[in-house]
Design a binder for this molecule. Structure first.
Ligand SMILES: [Zn+2]
Length: 437
């Protein structure tokens, strides 16, 4: 350990080389553990943004040296106030690459490997290389995807879970002054899908309020965005709002101001307009720091087994003072990702295919984004509807209006659903005639 500064390991060694009243019951103090952390343990950090920068710094300073980081984004000026591994000269470059260079230069012996890519670009063989995966993501879809990937990688022998196939996932999330940290042992504890209803729904104002009784500056901006823009077509027919186009924002801001004046509402600003149009929740550096630190601590506990990990969900809120509590989120018996109970659709044969699609999108249990449905008839694959590929969408659009009977779907039929929220397609069994309310 000659390449490190003197006294560097004093604190870490206090945890790893002696026992204590709070230590893990099976923990055996040993100098080997630090060697494992430094030389063997391989960790993947997903996301190199607000949480990702903190996570990389925390893990690298703790002593983990084999880190990979994956991020699909490039650096923007607006990131620099909190994504402290980036400088003005780095604007436009991939976050993963710059973050890795910074850590590797600054922390001796550390080897961060960057991946400027989407998590969906990699398959099982890539994810299997890691001992632990930590997520600092701002996207629920991406979280659900990696969750599905890790569950798909589980191996069972005689219905017994093979523990060596479990890759623990530590997930951090922040939104303004709120955040959470969770530890997921795929196949063992509650997964992302088990607790899907913990994510706050996207805030949408009721249309009647926007149209008739605005009270907030946000209502005025939403009025312009939702109702006035499609009516006045300020930049031509069919031109959608581009939240990054200053001309679009200026138009929306001015019209929102006019509307606010009519109703004596104050507080419409260019900045608020931008926030509402782009659905921006301000990122708070200190919240990121707290959540990333909690995640890194959990990684340390799992990697070294020196303490019991969080079981399994920690909430944090520093809106007023500092509030935190932990609880055990329960595994959902019929979770579509991690349970072995088959999913069923209860519909009647006069329902239309579109009803199933809408159900998958709107149901709190599924919250899918653009489900595509295929089935198998006499051993042959039949595409019922796929939205993501334009040519197939056009060919299958007619099916949306057809009833399940017209599509010749029968009771007990298996339907396969693919969606961006999951790497594996899901099988649903059609239960006709006992439609749920
Ligand atoms: Zn689950």
């Amino acid at each position: 350990m000659e390449d490190d500064w003197s006294g560097r390991w004093n604190h870490v060694k206090k945890f790893l080389e002696r026992s204590g009243p709070f230590a893990h019951p099976d923990f055996e103090p040993s100098p080997e553990t630090l060697l494992f952390m430094r030389n063997v343990c391989k960790i993947l950090v997903i996301g190199a943004g607000g949480l990702g920068c903190e996570l990389l710094k925390d893990l690298a300073l703790m002593g983990f040296r084999n880190l990979d980081v994956i991020d699909l984004d490039t650096i923007d000026l607006s990131n620099l106030n909190r994504q402290f591994l980036f400088r003005v000269k780095d604007i436009g470059r991939p976050k993963a690459e710059v973050a890795a260079e910074f850590i590797n230069t600054r922390i001796p012996g550390c080897n961060v490997i960057p991946h400027y890519a989407k998590i969906q670009d990699y398959d099982e063989s890539f994810y299997r290389e890691f001992h632990i995966i930590v997520c600092g993501l701002d996207s629920i879809v991406a979280r659900r995807w990696i969750n599905g990937m890790l569950i798909g990688m589980l191996k069972y022998e005689n219905e017994e879970l093979d523990q060596s196939s479990v890759i623990p996932m530590v997930d951090g999330g922040t939104e303004g002054f709120k955040g959470n940290t969770r530890v997921i042992l795929p196949g063992i504890t509650a997964c992302i899908e088990c607790t899907l209803d913990l994510y706050p729904p996207q805030i949408n104002f009721p249309l009647c309020t926007i149209a008739h009784t605005p009270r907030l500056p946000e209502h005025c901006i939403e009025f312009v965005r939702v109702l006035l823009w499609p009516k006045e077509k300020p930049f031509g027919d069919g031109v959608a709002i581009d939240g990054d186009d200053p001309h679009h924002l200026k138009w929306i801001f001015e019209k929102s101001n006019e509307r606010a004046n009519q109703y004596n509402i104050t507080g419409v600003s260019y900045r608020l307009t931008q926030g509402v149009v782009k659905r921006i929740i301000p990122a708070v550096a200190s919240t990121n720091a707290v959540i990333a630190a909690a995640c890194a601590t959990e990684v340390f506990k799992i990697a070294t087994s020196c303490y019991l990990p969080l079981s399994n969900y920690m909430n944090f809120n520093d809106t007023e003072g500092i509030y935190t509590y932990a609880f055990e989120a329960e595994k959902k018996e019929n979770c579509m990702a991690c349970s072995s109970i088959p999913q069923t659709f209860a519909f009647s044969e006069t329902d239309k295919l579109k009803d199933i699609i809408d159900y998958l999108i709107e149901s709190p249990a599924y919250q899918m984004k653009s489900p595509g449905i295929t089935t198998s008839v006499n051993g042959k694959n039949k595409t019922l509807y796929i939205q993501t590929v334009k040519s197939i969408e056009e060919k299958t659009r007619e099916n949306l209006k057809k009833t399940l009977k017209e599509l010749e779907l029968v009771d007990g039929q298996e339907l396969y659903v693919a969606d961006p929220t999951t790497p594996n397609s899901l099988t649903f069994r059609l239960n006709l005639g006992s439609k749920m309310e």
